[in-house]
Design a binder for this molecule. Structure first.
Ligand SMILES: [Ca+2]
Length: 271
């Protein structure tokens, strides 16, 4: 169901996407797509402060907007936050950071209903400003498709699990900000220093596959399309899984087929 906010968001995207190719995979664009099966990276639990991670050798370009999507299987999520993508500047922690929090039954979110039991929230930091939203269909121990969308137009942000938009974020972050280049990106750990400062309580414990970043806010329909694995999986424009050179530390790679998940066709938008 479309509401005014979706139409406004789509209009903003149309303005900022004008003249660009949309990242859908049509038949003629298979060369941009991943072959199946995918390659997964497994990040084991570690008490070491030099824990399993991937370090991007390059950096990100300046970003006025982004969409970060990944397939993820979490084996354990921390109430300190479990983060799988961390981008830091020398002068600023948490320039771009995404992850998941476990929250207890005693937690009353500032939006939506209190939890009847354990729950999870997805989280975005931009410019060290944070937005967290309740995602009632996030689960432990199975492949799920996570997407994080941010635009500097009013600091609007949205998060999705398996193509379903999580609770509405009432927290606008980094309004009018441009994410800076020349930072350091790490997958699987949360940086508190450039390429380090990891805390085992904030590590990603589980698998990641097909992590991609686009320099535009993708539409809900595009995100659903990706989740459903129609045709093939589009590659990110500014970061593409295993296309960019990465330095791996204690990460185990293996083949997987994330698109073999049992997809629920009943898509619901949580309010
Ligand atoms: Ca940090």
């Amino acid at each position: 169901m479309l509401c005014f906010k979706h139409i406004l968001f789509a209009a903003l995207i149309a303005v900022f996407s004008f003249g660009k190719a949309m990242p859908y995979c049509y038949n003629s664009e298979y060369r941009y797509c991943n072959l199946k099966p995918s390659i997964q990276a497994y990040f084991s639990e570690s008490s070491s402060y030099s824990a399993p991670h991937l370090l991007l050798e390059g950096t990100l370009p300046p970003l006025r907007h982004f969409t970060l999507c990944t397939w993820a299987k979490a084996w354990k999520v921390s109430n300190h936050g479990s983060f799988f993508f961390s981008y830091n500047l020398p002068q600023l922690d948490n320039e771009l950071l995404v992850g998941v929090y476990k929250v207890s039954s005693t937690y009353n979110p500032p939006y939506g209903k209190p939890y009847g039991g354990e729950g999870y929230e997805l989280s975005i930091h931009v410019y060290n400003q944070q937005s967290r939203v309740v995602c009632r269909n996030f689960v432990i121990g199975q492949w799920q498709h996570l997407c994080y969308v941010w635009t500097n137009v009013l600091g609007h942000n949205e998060m999705y699990v398996d193509g379903i938009r999580c609770a509405e974020s009432l927290t606008k972050i980094a309004d009018n900000y441009i994410i800076q280049t020349a930072g350091t990106a790490v997958i699987g750990q949360e940086q508190d220093a450039i390429g380090g400062g990891f805390d085992p309580k904030e590590a990603w414990i589980g698998e990641i596959a097909d992590l991609h970043i686009w320099n535009e806010p993708l539409l809900p329909s595009q995100i659903r399309h990706m989740f459903r694995c129609n045709l093939c999986y589009p590659r990110g424009t500014v970061f593409s899984w295993l296309r960019e050179p990465l330095i791996a530390k204690d990460v185990i790679f293996s083949a997987t087929d994330v698109c073999a998940v049992d997809i629920n066709e009943e898509l619901i938008v949580y309010k």
